[in-house]
Ligand binder design. Structure first.
Ligand code: ADP
Ligand code: MG
Length: 357
């Protein structure tokens, strides 16, 4: 089959790699002719995600479509949905495009977000702080990623630095124990999921995913997540990020596409999130992905790009270079997956190399 991917970043690249292993063809749409996926896909259509003629060109050349990019505008999405085969549908994407919509939907379907408040202007900001109590985090409701457009407000003096977006959200800052995520793939018959990863962020960007230690709360998180996917009527791939504090877990955000915290599954599991997405798109039956060993995924940002290949000769070290041309600050340039490695051993063997970024 030929799979069309809207977006050609590293997620698109890894979808294309999985598709290739299964002898499928891939075509991606991306504004950048040298995007990461261009090195793997059979064809790149160069154009904007919101350009209907380009979306039509992609749609007309493929059997099935998926997206790896979340901010496609509604008009383009409606057109794709009406005219081509997009088995995930547009509803999960539409919901995830706005943090308030996303949290309202989570609440409606049995998940608990941290308390939040909609902010359109300075007055709302003050009211929100009164309601939630300090500290709080201000975020843009749309187009936010990797901590962009976010401000931690510890005291009223911090208000001066906040640049308000057209629409924003104020969230109670949660002093969580840790963050984790689950990635599920659902077809008409069942849901399968990757083992839950514990995620460590640095400056709002995912730094490490750690997999292998089952926390007792994971059973409850999995049950609630499956229930959420079913009652939300979502199909395809979905990642949910949570904050865990004591015996409680809080919905943070969701992504209806492969997720950075699932990169580890390429070498860490019997089937990766990309394999499973391809199976879903091509109507293969879904099998449960099994963890092969304790696994650590380390993101490599521009600042550390020179360290990407440091350990490449070692056994159980797997290098992924996204072949991006520009070393923009804090940009994700690649990742390293360490298999057969516990977090304790990662700290002893490798962590020092990446310190002081
Ligand atoms: P993005 O879309 O940029 O990933 P997130 O909402 O996931 O936005 O925020 C990025 C990171 O910032 C989170 O993974 C978490 O580490 C931290 N963070 C965000 N919101 C909160 C909060 N309400 N309380 C504590 N930490 C938060
Ligand atoms: Mg996030």
């Amino acid at each position: 089959m030929t799979i069309g991917i809207i977006g050609g970043g590293q997620l698109g690249m890894m979808i294309a790699e999985a598709a290739k292993r299964k002898k499928h063809k891939t075509i991606c749409l991306d504004p950048n002719p040298f995007c990461s996926a261009s090195y793997v896909c059979d064809e790149v259509i160069v154009g904007s995600f919101n350009d209907l003629t380009k979306l039509k060109e992609l749609g007309s050349k493929v059997d099935v479509l998926t997206y790896e990019f979340e901010n496609i505008d509604a008009l383009g999405l409606d057109y794709i949905m009406a005219n081509y085969n997009l088995p995930e549908g547009i509803n999960p994407l539409y919901i995830s495009q706005n943090r308030i919509r996303e949290k309202d939907n989570a609440l409606k379907h049995g998940l608990k977000p941290v308390p939040y408040y909609k902010v359109l202007n300075k007055e709302d900001l003050i009211l929100g702080i009164k309601k939630l109590g300090l500290p709080v985090v201000y975020k843009t409701t749309t187009l936010g990623y990797d901590g962009h457009g976010q401000y931690l407000i510890n005291s009223l003096a911090d208000l001066d630095k906040v640049v308000l977006a057209n629409e924003g959200i104020l969230e109670k800052y949660l002093d969580f124990d840790y963050e984790c995520s689950i990635i599920m793939i659902r077809d008409n018959n069942k849901i399968v999921s990757l083992p839950i990863s514990i995620n460590k962020h640095k400056n709002g960007i995912l730094d490490l995913s750690i997999v292998g230690k089952e926390e007792p709360i994971f059973t409850k998180i999995k049950e609630a997540s499956y229930n959420f996917m079913i009652t939300s009527n979502f199909y395809g791939i979905l990642c949910i990020e949570y904050f865990v504090k004591g015996n409680d877990f809080y919905f943070n955000e969701m992504a209806p596409r492969p997720h950075n915290s699932g990169h580890y599954s390429i070498e860490g599991c019997s089937l990766s999130q990309y394999d499973l997405l391809v199976d879903f798109l091509t109507k293969e039956s879904l099998e449960e992905p099994l963890l092969q060993s304790p696994t650590i995924m380390k993101n490599i940002l521009s600042e550390d790009y020179d360290k990407l290949h440091l350990f490449k000769e070692l056994k159980d070290v797997h290098i992924h270079d996204y072949y991006k041309k520009d070393l923009k600050p804090r940009r994700k340039m690649g990742h390293i997956t360490f298999t057969n490695l516990t977090y304790e051993d990662y700290l002893i063997k490798y962590a020092k190399v990446f310190e002081g970024e």
